[in-house]
Design a protein around this ligand. Structure first.
Ligand code: SF4
Ligand code: SF4
Length: 477
């Protein structure tokens, strides 16, 4: 009796998984499938796959079967398991909860993705009642692990609410027993010793922005009065690391002013004792959108910068010092592992309105932190909605569908297993969450980063080794 496709006598004993091919070089074809598995095939092998004749080459058959690019009776369960692992974030509930506890800021950085309010403004801080509702909303998520991230504006302008949220979430957690991680994203310029001691006592992770040496950082990141902030930031990074022996993470955002300084930006991180840098491009929203004429660049300019900085990181590693670049490390993990990699922006669906949620000072809920400058991405309010209502609403389901890339050009893209479109960036740039053809700014950058990492893995033995060391090291990201 015929029970499956594989039982037909004339069947090639396999079925092809859905795959996307791309010619990488003369005679070299890359083939990727949705769970992230990939293979480099010769012209001949690609022809056999295309014409359903893989059985004619037993070595190729074995290779494609082990990767799940062809499906046989013996690998079906493994292929299903790989998909479940890769897409586990779809079923786990929201784990990253970003509490934007104030919209005020003492700085006005040129690329800020929200529109910060001046420090003297009234009515832009989260109050206790809203904070209480935010925490109660967070605990409705079915996720066993939750990260509570404090954001602003500058969150230290509303430090009592940080304390309140930490206290109240700890109290509630006696009942819910979740694994909670606390993180503070701060510009560091309002840090004080007693605040720092509190953060250390409560194991709050600290992240800041350092855009490079003074001449770069101070052009991008200034106080409201116009003064650069580099000296204060470096002072606190050094103090936290040395005096308090506590960890602090930092990342640089790249503007047009940063482009000539790839080496100097990396050196700034090396000299401050960091073992990693995650270089970040600007997203087209908030003040970055307003200032684009002054600080913007083309995707090509950004990619040239990033490749130069990455090359320099490789050089540092070749000289014997461990120093990882975070974006390439993350993408490498996506290529080498079938597991879900917990980084919101490069997944599909990306995590907006799924694994990540942002709460503004008034308790309005946004699909992701970067979407805060657009009303269109408001998905509910902790004042009137339950978690269940928000996450089963048509608006949220639409957002998740849009960030899956299945209804845009991403669906036919060879990089889609490691990437997706960004609805916030497309909306900022084009007024439409679905990216238009031809490929847009964000797509060109994401695709360019991913292709560069794949080519490095495929064609440079020495750099592949370094990328793999970054992935396996505990010093990595
Ligand atoms: S919508 Fe864009 S910025 Fe927001 S999580 Fe998705 S990829 Fe990231
Ligand atoms: S955003 Fe661009 S590079 Fe990324 S999957 Fe979509 S089409 Fe491909």
């Amino acid at each position: 009796m015929v029970t499956s496709l594989f039982d037909y006598p004339e069947s090639p004993q396999y079925a092809e998984n859905r795959y996307i091919p791309k010619k990488l070089a003369e005679g070299d074809y890359l083939v990727t499938i949705d769970n992230g598995a990939w293979a480099l095939l010769s012209e001949e092998e690609h022809e056999l796959l295309k014409t359903h004749r893989v059985s004619e080459n037993p070595d190729l058959f074995k290779k494609l079967e082990s990767l799940g690019i062809i499906i046989t009776q013996s690998n079906q369960a493994k292929v299903v398991g790989d998909y479940q692992a890769r897409f586990s974030h779809i079923c786990n509930g929201t784990s990253l909860h970003i509490a934007a506890i104030t919209s005020r800021c003492n700085q006005r950085c040129l690329y800020c993705y929200v529109n910060p309010k001046p420090i003297s403004s009234k009515g832009f801080d989260m109050d206790k009642d809203t904070a209480k509702r935010v925490v109660e909303f967070m605990f409705q998520s079915p996720s066993k692990a939750i990260t509570i991230e404090f954001q602003g504006g500058e969150p230290l302008l509303n430090f009592p609410i940080i304390q309140y949220i930490i206290d109240y979430s700890k109290k509630l957690n006696k009942k819910y027993k979740k694994d909670i991680v606390y993180t503070l994203v701060t510009n560091l310029t309002l840090m004080q010793e007693d605040i720092l001691k509190y953060l250390i006592r409560n194991r709050v992770g600290i992240c800041t922005s350092l855009d490079g040496p003074k001449e770069v950082h101070d052009r991008n990141r200034r106080f409201l009065g116009g003064h650069g902030t580099h000296d204060e930031v470096v002072h606190w990074i050094q103090d936290i690391k040395t005096q308090f022996a506590y960890n602090v993470n930092a990342l640089p955002v790249i503007t047009k002013f940063s482009l000539p300084y790839a080496k100097e930006i990396v050196d700034e991180y090396v000299n401050l004792g960091f073992n990693r840098i995650r270089i970040k491009h600007m997203i087209y929203c908030g003040l970055a959108k307003e200032n684009w004429n002054k600080i913007g660049y083309t995707p090509e300019q950004y990619l040239k910068f990033w490749k130069g900085a990455l090359e320099y990181c490789f050089k540092i590693n070749k000289s014997g010092r461990f120093f990882a670049e975070g974006t390439s490390l993350l993408i490498t993990r996506k290529f080498l592992s079938r597991d879900y990699q917990a980084f919101t922006c490069l997944g599909w669906p990306c995590g907006a309105a799924l694994t990540q949620t942002s709460y503004d000072p008034h308790g309005d809920i946004r699909s992701c932190d970067e979407s805060r400058s657009f009303e269109e991405f408001k998905i509910g309010s902790v004042r009137k909605d339950s978690y269940r209502n928000v996450y089963t609403s048509p608006r949220v389901l639409n957002i998740v569908a849009l960030t899956s890339g299945l209804n845009s050009l991403c669906d036919a893209c060879v990089w889609h297993p490691y990437c997706n479109n960004c609805i916030v960036s497309s909306f900022g740039m084009e007024g439409n969450p679905v990216p238009k053809l031809p490929i847009d700014y964000e797509c060109k950058i994401r695709g360019g980063l991913i292709e560069h990492v794949l080519r490095t893995l495929a064609y440079s033995k020495e750099k592949r080794k370094i990328l793999m060391e970054w992935c396996s090291s505990k010093q990595g990201i």
